[in-house]
Design a protein around this ligand. Sequence first.
Ligand code: GRF
Length: 223
Amino acid sequence: MTGADPLRLAILISGRGSNMTAIARACAEARINARVSLVISERPQAAGLDSARALGIETRTVAWPGTADRLRFEQELDAALAAASPDLIVLAGFMRVLSQRFVEPRAGHILNIHPSLLPNFRGLHTHRRVLEAGDAVHGASVHFVTAELDGGPVILQSRVAVRPRDTEDSLSARVQATEHIIYPRVIGWLADGRLAWREGRAWLDGKALAAPVVEEFDGSREI
Ligand code: GRF
């Protein structure tokens, strides 16, 4: 761990917040040089808000007013974020699409995790779609956020084998367990100055990533 100031994180959630909790624990246990300054949800009933409070983290709700009022929503989000002045915005199961106006000025300062091996299966219901497609391998991707939905440069992927008896629930549970490992890992790389955003690409250890780093979870590890 470096002696640098911890990276200030604002985490945006819509639901359970298990990724948020995994990241907050990694911070609290000093496994990564970061600190969760604020957790925001657009759903006041998001269970993750309670988990964040239980961890002593400040929370805010910025209610979703409907698609017609996206600009107002993002302006309220801007104000909530300005108060916390995060170095990094972490989307963790945040179910709203952020506009180009919001994303572009923050290029390189927003991460997302998506439950598929991007660019495969952008969008929703990825586990079901993977099973329907009969794919043998599935996983999750941590990527920089750009204005293109689920389209920014992928940094790290977890890969898990699809098992013959997998259901949407069993597959999703196994992929989520890997998310809790790879998301803090990428934030740690940023905090240590190993990962950077330059000219629209992800750079790791001084080299532009031609392809995502891949971490295999092949059953030999308990997940
Ligand atoms: C995760 O599977 C993540 O990949 C997707 O939404 C889910 C959020 O789960 N973007 P949680 O709220 O972190 O438990």
